[in-house]
Design a binder for this molecule. Structure first.
Ligand SMILES: [Zn+2]
Length: 396
């Protein structure tokens, strides 16, 4: 029985909108009964493309499937609320963020990592709250890559280049959202993430709770994650190792995790679409809002990386034209570059154009290239800054 079928038929009991045939997915894992909200359903517009093993064939199939997905997704409704909140701005290697395209000799650019807060009503009328990218910035700092970077730089460098805007807890407090109200958390992928404080552990943790298991900060939250992302964490390849903290996943509360496979509709105008490549279980948040359809992930660090022909970052437009590439990938991992490229075309093909500047698609980078006078050669041509939609109604 596939994970999905279990969730849909046993826990959620709903049909499969957007179906064009039976799913081929197989897994023996059993998710908790409370897994996904009523109204959640599998999406299989891209099932055939996902199954293609040749990158060129897959790319064509993605392009062919995207218009039908767009048309259908716009009919699923809209969430009640989407808000965006800055967590941290930090240096990131230019060669990763803009791959081979930028001419700037400055080794770092600046990206801003943000939290999205979402609310919607499920099929039974109950309000649901989800956090997308609730990075625990403090514990994420233990990621091997960041640790090595910090150790190689003088302390002043961090003070000078890193800006801590506010923590997840601080943002939620200001919004009036209690920790118990959070039903779901999800990340586009698990690079750098340490979620022990969010969903708790079953055993004591030497570094943060040596005497007893970690109590979950979000006692009612379930982490939604692609099965392949967790599977990859269990046995990392050397190309993947600098970016993950696998030891933070061994003792997590399993009943606070739901593993999914592929593309799912979570609620009206809220979907998670599988966009592998950057990591094996990468997925993108896709939203239908009053400003049209958006997608968010870290596959690219700027909207202009999805439309390099309009980029004014020195080198980018020319490089994309010369190599005939329609996207500039965020290339800190190159474990599956063609697949990441295809996933970016999937994102680019399903979103609407920006109402602020229609040259750019509504691809919202979960870590967005940010203007910084220290990096003159990588100033963004255009920033989305945020996705804002609807309003927040206090819960009783
Ligand atoms: Zn990443």
């Amino acid at each position: 029985m596939s994970i999905w079928r279990y969730i849909v038929h046993s826990a959620v009991g709903l049909s499969r909108p957007g179906c064009h045939g039976e799913s081929e997915m197989t897994s023996t894992a059993i998710p908790p009964a409370t897994a996904l909200p009523p109204g959640a359903a599998h999406i299989d517009h891209f099932a055939q493309a996902d199954a293609a093993d040749l990158s060129g064939v897959q790319l064509r199939m993605i392009r062919e499937a995207a218009p039908r997905f767009r048309e259908w997704f716009a009919t699923t409704g809209t969430p009640d609320y989407v808000g965006t909140f800055d967590l941290v701005s930090l240096p990131y290697p230019t060669k990763f963020g803009l791959w081979r395209a930028a001419l700037s000799p400055v080794p770092f650019l600046t990206i801003t990592n943000r939290l999205l807060v979402l609310r919607w009503k499920d099929a039974e009328g109950r309000t649901r709250t989800m956090l997308f990218e609730p990075s625990d910035v403090q514990l994420d700092g233990n990621t091997p890559y960041f640790k090595a970077l910090r150790e190689s730089m003088p302390q002043q460098f961090e003070r000078f280049t890193v800006t801590y805007h506010a923590t997840v807890e601080e943002h939620l407090r200001r919004l009036g959202i209690r920790a118990e109200e959070v039903d779901y958390i999800t990340f586009d992928h698990l690079h750098t993430q340490d979620v022990r404080r969010w969903i708790g552990t079953t055993t004591p943790q030497a570094d943060i709770s040596p005497a007893k298991p970690v109590e979950p900060y979000f006692p009612n939250a379930t982490m939604i994650v692609q099965r392949r992302e967790l599977a990859a964490l269990a046995e990392l390849h050397p190309l993947q190792r600098p970016w993950f903290q696998p030891e933070a996943y061994t003792d997590l509360r399993r009943d606070a995790i739901v593993e999914i496979e592929g593309d799912i509709l979570l609620g009206p105008g809220i979907a998670l679409l599988s966009t592998p490549g950057h990591t094996p279980g990468n997925h993108s948040l896709v939203l239908n809002t009053t400003t049209g359809i958006w997608a968010s992930s870290e596959n690219a660090i700027a909207a202009e990386c999805m439309a390099p022909e309009h980029s004014r970052i020195p080198g980018v437009r020319r490089w994309a034209g010369r190599w005939g590439q329609e996207v500039i990938i965020n290339a800190n991992t190159i474990e599956n570059t063609a697949q990441q490229y295809n996933s970016m075309v999937k994102e680019k093909s399903i979103v609407d154009r920006s109402r602020v500047d229609p040259r750019f698609p509504q691809f919202f980078p979960s870590s967005e290239l940010t203007r910084n006078r220290l990096n003159p050669g990588t100033q963004p041509t255009f920033n989305h800054h945020a996705i804002n939609h609807g309003s927040l109604t206090p819960q009783r």
